[in-house]
Design a protein around this ligand. Sequence first.
Ligand SMILES: Cc1cc2nc3c(=O)[nH]c(=O)nc-3n(C[C@H](O)[C@H](O)[C@H](O)COP(=O)(O)OP(=O)(O)OC[C@H]3O[C@@H](n4cnc5c(N)ncnc54)[C@H](O)[C@@H]3O)c2cc1C
Length: 408
Amino acid sequence: MAVTLSVALDEANRCLNCKNPMCMQGCPIHTPIPEVIKLFKEGKVEEAGKILADNNPMTTICCLVCDHEKQCEGNCVLGKKATPVHFSMIEDYISTQYAQLVQYEKPEWNGKRICVIGAGPAGMTVAINLAKLGYKVDILDSNAKVGGVMRYCIPKFRLPDEVMDNILEKTMKPLGITVRPNTTVGEEVSIDDLFRDGYDAIFAGAGLWRPRKLNIKGESYAHVCYGFQYLQSPESYVEGKNVAVIGVGNSAIDCARTAIRRGAKKVTCYARRDGITASRTESQSATHEGIEFVFCHRPVEIYDDKIEFAITEKQEDGRFVDAACEHEFCEADQVIICAGQLSRFNLNSKGESNDMRDHVGLAVDENCMTAFPGIFAGGDMTVGNLTVVHAVEDAKIAAEGIHRFLSK
Ligand SMILES: Cc1cc2nc3c(=O)[nH]c(=O)nc-3n(C[C@H](O)[C@H](O)[C@H](O)COP(=O)(O)OP(=O)(O)OC[C@H]3O[C@@H](n4cnc5c(N)ncnc54)[C@H](O)[C@@H]3O)c2cc1C
């Protein structure tokens, strides 16, 4: 539901305007929260919106999906004794208004071409920041539409497609950014092709699009799937009544909440450890919707109608190991595995793209440049599964790094 002006103003009026704004420090990209709130209270919505959008081209998304409790709002001093200022609501109002007002124009071309691989938040941010500096930017993406995980995996009830469409139409296209969809670098197009065709630098923001397997018996059965694929088209999969989700991270919760919406009677998330790794807001929503959590269960075999689990116990050093001979069978007619993601994209020793290698954490320097001059990378594929705002943080560093590299 859209945040109204009065709700956003009520929140802004609660801000204490601290000398040392901890909220800003808690934000990975140090959004200038006090300045934005001040301008907003003075009625300067457009100025406040420009600051937000310049600092974070994904501002309309971050206000909806960031883990605010761990970031800006979790660091608000008011939160120590009472309710923190909900900056996410203020940001939602201002950035939504600004997105309707702003009219970007294509800057004069500086003569340099950039290829961005992947249209997730990392690739979109690099593209926007470099296009503003006069670079001609093309994005190549395996998918049909921009947004990466934000469009294809985060459920629509949390993040509607129109937010990504709006960034494409109102920011990327006016800045002259061109997107080539349905194109996988490493398959139809190689890194060599990109340099042959005159790109001066490449940014790879290809994310992690290959599921980590459990490597247990029964994993290939038709009623079993991986969460990443399930979220892309839940309607394509077996519709279970008693659904088991293996995992307790954000992806697992999204799968569980989607399964409930698709009519499952019972959805249970199983964890090998003893706690939930998803954000508190997400896990609270899940519990509220009737999703159950079972801890200290490690799946060992999947059958047609059940899963066999080994019961684990915590060691003194914090590791969880199987308790001797303790196994339990839990009923499930649909199994969704959320055990993490690996990269589908990698660079081999010659700087060529090389598909299908187990790799997370492609090494980059402090400018996000890989070992191959002119090839930069950022987002999930360099840091492992993180968040949208961390992808933006990386992308900002990479865009500056590319600009420095090409300005030499
Ligand atoms: C289910 C789920 C829920 C999440 N919920 C949240 C949340 O609530 N809040 C939050 O902040 N974060 C969340 N995240 C994490 C967040 O979405 C990611 O950290 C972020 O999207 C990473 O951005 P990225 O640009 O690095 O990669 P991605 O978003 O993965 O985008 C990569 C893009 O590269 C393309 N691509 C891949 N390989 C190639 C190739 N070889 N050639 C061309 N294109 C290629 C892909 O098609 C994709 O469009 C969630 C993740 C998942 C899986």
